[in-house]
Design a protein around this ligand. Sequence first.
Ligand SMILES: [Zn+2]
Length: 494
Amino acid sequence: MNIYFGDLHNHCNISYGFGSLYNALEEARNHLDFCTVTGHALWPDIYERNENTAFIVDFHEKGFAKLENHWDEVRKAIANANEDDGFITFQSYEMHSSQFGDHHILSPDDNLELVESTTPTDIIEKLEQRAIAIPHHIAYSPGYRGISWKDFNSSISPVIEVYSKHGCGMSDDSCGQYLHTMGPRDGRNTVYEGLKQGKQFGFVASTDHHAGYPGSYGDGITAVLSEELTREGIWDAILKRRVYALTGDRIRCDFTVDGQPMGSEIPRNDAHDIKLYVNAADAIEKAVIYKNLKAIKTIYKEDIPVGKKGPGRYKIRVETGWGRKTNAFQWVNSVKVSAGEIIAADPCFRGQSVLAPVEGEEFSKDVNSLGNRITSLSKDEVSWKCKTFRNPTTRHSATCAIVMEIKGSPETKLEIILNNKTILSDIEELQEHGISGHLQTYNSEAYLIHKAVHESEYCVDMECIKTSKSGDYFHGEIHQVNEQSAWISPVYIK
Ligand SMILES: [Zn+2]
């Protein structure tokens, strides 16, 4: 099976976000395999309007009405963007609920109807089109738009969004705490808590971006295992939970129990053969196989010999951005490789980050009209264009990057051209250290050619044998040294 990457939940100005739908689809097509753009549609138990809640209530109600008034046009634009074997789109809209938590309704049918109801189950039952309801930002406080585990219904929700711009909802201990104005994470509403209660679901991640840049790097994407890049193929994989959640880096994973893929439900056995193969995008900090949330096999960075040299595969990340200008800065970049060949290049592109409307803040429909994309890729050369902005705080990145996988050796030479700057290096030097530099003399846009990572540090092949009883489950997690992660959907024992 192939692995495809996409975003199943993000917003633009079709409701109360920013940026046009047409641009969001265009930007998505430039770096994702599949995507939806979600309108905000309803909030049945919204707060009563008073002087404290007026801003919140008003922007929601205005957004819902806007979506309803343009629903035909929205569905048509999303339907027209779908192209089998190229770029797959889905229809979707979002329901807020203080009681049941927020859900987005996702459908492969272009005639998806906007349905009013007070519960997500009722919406799915009323719809004549195929649809699921994906709970998201589940770890907000119970009754405060976090998930309600007692009402969770896996027949309408085969997957849960475990990571987005809101943060990570896996467990009390997972990195990526909730920092939005909606408040902190609550341990009772995490993924681990649901699994402990015996709920069954797969893991996805999406950005929940609010300014029309689906798949913005670092905010969450979903990986899908499918034989083909078609709407039916991706849909079938989501229903079967053949999916996993990624923060941003395209960590390739294969996780099987007795040969059955992630998301499966399989019969119990005295000696399950559990396998996890990982091709990460950076050095692995740790890779773990869990049974019922307890680690049964772990590989730590310290277990992996570092600095292995010689012929093999290497990952090299070229990152550009920084600077002090608030407006967009255009990069036109390329890398030429000799005495080696490029076998893959992954985009790590970002849009301007917006999570929800803020009083007094407005963005134009072109806010994320950036045109970030890999423009050409061959075994000798990769070229890409991207626009970056200054980092919003000293702890938040707004850079863009690509990650190349190169088949080569310490002798492999790289000619890196970043706008008018040329940097010459080779894998031998880059295995020793990364290289940074600036385009101008003071506070200017800058670049970082990351340290080259040998395949022994980013690929692992793990296997273990374990018994089980009914109700057990196995899942995997990968954390890289750069703090990017993957959470792999469990295999459940019948
Ligand atoms: Zn949302």
